[in-house]
Design a protein around this ligand. Structure first.
Ligand SMILES: [Zn+2]
Length: 258
């Protein structure tokens, strides 16, 4: 029996409550609950890596070729978790605040700018914790002036360049030892939407996997990595046309030599 079968089903809504508990923060409201076994690992910092379109079925198909994510799944835990939305913006908002889309009300980029709902990076920064956010420009703009390290990357550049830049910025930010880091990779999703086929998806995933390896190797074992998808893929044979939507989540610790 796998660990997954013995555990209650988890959701994207559990990510913010888990990170909050590790960081010693209180979320004003939450629809999820902390993932106890991950909290029990005793980490002090959290690195949340969101991979656009990393559905669970897709990761299972890719995993034999993804050296780093496979190793992390074995050293840590790979879970299939419920996705709260089939769209990027509301899903990422739920990941970052622990509320259902109908409770946070953020459905597009404009909504994210106007929202008064506090997300985890803002709550952590307000209580004096060093935070880093690396994501596409519009998403990053929301955090300008609110948290210490903000890097926006234009999503108009080729996705390969975007992910390389995200990787470089993430490793650089981790060297500053933030309590909370949020980073975002787009290559898999872009390959799907550009119709690049399975080879294109695999190539994008291999680049992200190398980035994950570098990133995890930059942080020590006091950092809990939460690597997750925002929604299942939107096209191709692995596309899900109805609920429940599931995405992959890998929980693992950093492995840098202290
Ligand atoms: Zn997405």
């Amino acid at each position: 029996m796998t660990a997954q079968e013995t555990m209650p089903p988890f959701s994207q809504l559990d990510i913010a409550p888990t990170a909050a508990l590790i960081l010693g923060l209180q979320l004003p409201e939450q629809d999820g609950r902390p993932i106890d076994f991950a909290v029990a690992w005793g980490c002090k910092n959290v690195a949340l890596i969101i991979i656009d379109s990393l559905g669970y079925d897709l990761l299972m198909w890719l995993l034999p070729t993804l050296e780093n994510m496979r190793a992390l799944s074995i050293a840590g835990q790979l879970l299939s978790i419920t996705a709260v939305s089939n769209h990027t913006t509301p899903a990422i908002a739920s990941i970052l605040c622990g509320l259902l889309p109908e409770h946070h009300g953020i459905f597009d980029k404009a909504g994210a700018k106007e929202s008064r709902i506090k997300s985890l990076p803002e709550i952590a920064a307000a209580s004096g914790q060093k935070c880093a956010v690396i994501m596409e420009q519009n998403g990053a703009d929301v955090y300008q002036g609110l948290i210490e390290i903000v890097h926006g990357i234009p999503d108009s550049i080729p996705s390969r360049d975007f992910d390389r830049e995200a990787c470089r910025m993430t490793c650089q930010a981790l060297l500053e030892r933030p309590r909370l880091l949020v980073s975002y990779f787009i290559g898999i999703d872009k390959s799907i939407h550009l119709g690049l086929g399975w080879e294109g998806i695999r190539e994008a995933a291999l680049l992200i996997d190398r980035c994950i390896g570098e990133t995890v190797g930059t942080a020590n074992d006091e950092t809990l990595f939460i690597i997750c998808g925002d929604h299942p893929i939107h096209a191709g044979p692995l596309k899900r046309t109805r609920e429940p939507y599931h995405v992959a989540m890998i929980l693992a610790r950093g492995n840098a030599q202290k």
